[in-house]
Design a protein around this ligand. Structure first.
Ligand SMILES: *Cc1c(COP(=O)(O)O)cnc(C)c1O
Length: 397
């Protein structure tokens, strides 16, 4: 059995999205900026895609900017708010310690340029409160950027409350909604969001395409200079096949959201109920304020990487918070931000499931993990020390 349980890293494309893209490549190959009819037919497709993205976010099509993914949207949103703030002498930003690196590294770049960033600590349950955000606000706060849902542990922040607070204090509010979009309902009006990033490949669309939603009146700076595409805010001939593929996938995800949510939540609960029986293990993040399909566990006394390789041998594709794209051995900054000690954070496992998964697959996971954990513990020097009482357990049995 092969089980793909790494949907938070990326998803398999939906049939609908693929068919839409092929039709676009075959029949709408014109440049939307060209004046001839081949170009104008392509332009019509672009308009349609923009309308679809806007409709399901409760935005206006003129507030949708197509980008080459979530990272670019995060960069542009943050740099734009920083530039607007700087013009008014405001150089303070509020965020959290457990944002995606697309946000954190952009903030670090701004710190080098003299901005001050308050990184709010996240509680052990993977949440922050609106009150904590309010307490961090200063006269010179130029931006509040807080992710909608976390990519490693799946917790969902109180976005509407934070949005209301930002609106009251007249501070621009950006949210990285890459993990949330297509999975839970998003309403930029109700949530009072000023800027939002999303990425198609996290909801069964193609890779390398995303959206920056920017409320009317927000001033954007360009990350890519060139032609006048995207109302002058994002140059480059539009990646039309990817854009229409994203719109098709987004519509499909949003239309089926209720049905999928029920199914995926049941799969997630099957995983949690099975895995929490393992001694000295814990589910990271709040039990209920979480995405339907994301589960993150730590198992004391083991290394996440070894666990992943052994799971792969059993046909299970998962991820570990400690696996880092840079190949460094540092544990996940997300788990550390929850107050989990270094050596314990290494033993993490993220399983992210979606509507293409089945209960039988969850059973295969639940049956495979305990034996592998036991096997790894038996050869772990850390586990040996824990057993002998030379080291204190962090987790309860
Ligand atoms: C995947 C992801 C991103 C990056 O999106 P890309 O389209 O891969 O650039 C940003 N933020 C979060 C929370 C993500 O999960």
């Amino acid at each position: 059995m092969y089980v793909y349980a790494d949907n938070a890293a990326t998803t398999k494309m939906s049939e609908t999205a693929m068919k839409t893209m092929i039709d676009c490549m075959e029949n709408y190959y014109g440049n939307p900026s060209s004046l001839h009819s081949v170009g104008q037919e392509a332009a019509t497709k672009l308009v349609e895609a923009r309308e679809i993205m806007a409709r399901y976010l409760h935005a206006n099509p003129s507030e949708i900017y197509f980008t080459a993914g979530g990272s670019e949207a995060d960069n542009q949103a943050i740099l734009s708010a920083a530039a607007a703030g700087e013009r008014k002498g405001k150089k303070h930003i509020i965020s959290t310690t457990f944002e995606h690196h697309a946000v954190l590294h952009t903030l670090q770049k701004l710190e080098k340029q003299g901005f001050e960033v308050t990184y709010l600590d996240v509680h052990r349950n993977g949440l922050i409160t609106a009150k904590e955000v309010a307490d961090a606000v200063r006269e010179d706060t130029a931006l509040i950027t807080i992710m909608y849902a976390n990519n490693e542990i799946g917790t969902i922040q109180p976005i509407a409350e934070i949005g209301a607070l930002c609106r009251e204090k007249k501070i621009p509010f950006h949210t990285d909604a890459v993990q949330a979009a297509g999975h839970i309902p998003i309403d930029v009006e109700a949530d009072q969001i000023d800027m939002l990033s999303l990425s198609a490949h996290k909801f069964h669309g193609p890779k390398g395409v995303g959206v920056l939603y920017a409320r009317k009146g927000m001033q954007l700076v360009n990350v890519i200079e060139g032609g006048a595409q995207e109302r002058g805010k994002r140059a480059g001939t539009e990646n039309l096949p990817a854009i229409v593929g994203m719109a098709a996938a987004f519509r499909e995800s949003c239309e089926n959201m209720e049905k999928n949510k029920e199914k995926i939540t049941a799969l997630r609960e099957q995983l949690i109920n099975g895995l929490e029986k393992i001694p000295y293990s814990v589910l990271n993040g709040d039990r209920t304020h979480r995405l339907p399909g994301t589960v993150n566990f730590i198992f004391e006394g083991i290394e996440g990487e070894s666990l992943l390789l052994l799971l792969d041998d059993k046909g299970i594709a998962a991820s570990s918070g400690s696996a880092c794209t840079s190949g460094s051995l540092d544990p996940s900054h997300v788990l550390l931000s929850l107050g989990i000690p270094h050596e314990v954070a290494h033993g993490s496992l993220r399983l992210s499931v979606g509507e293409y998964n089945t209960p039988e697959e969850m059973e295969h996971i639940v049956n495979s993990v305990p034996g592998i954990v036991e096997y790894l513990r038996n050869m772990s020097p850390v586990w040996e020390e824990l057993k002998k009482g030379e080291r204190k357990h962090f987790l309860q049995k």
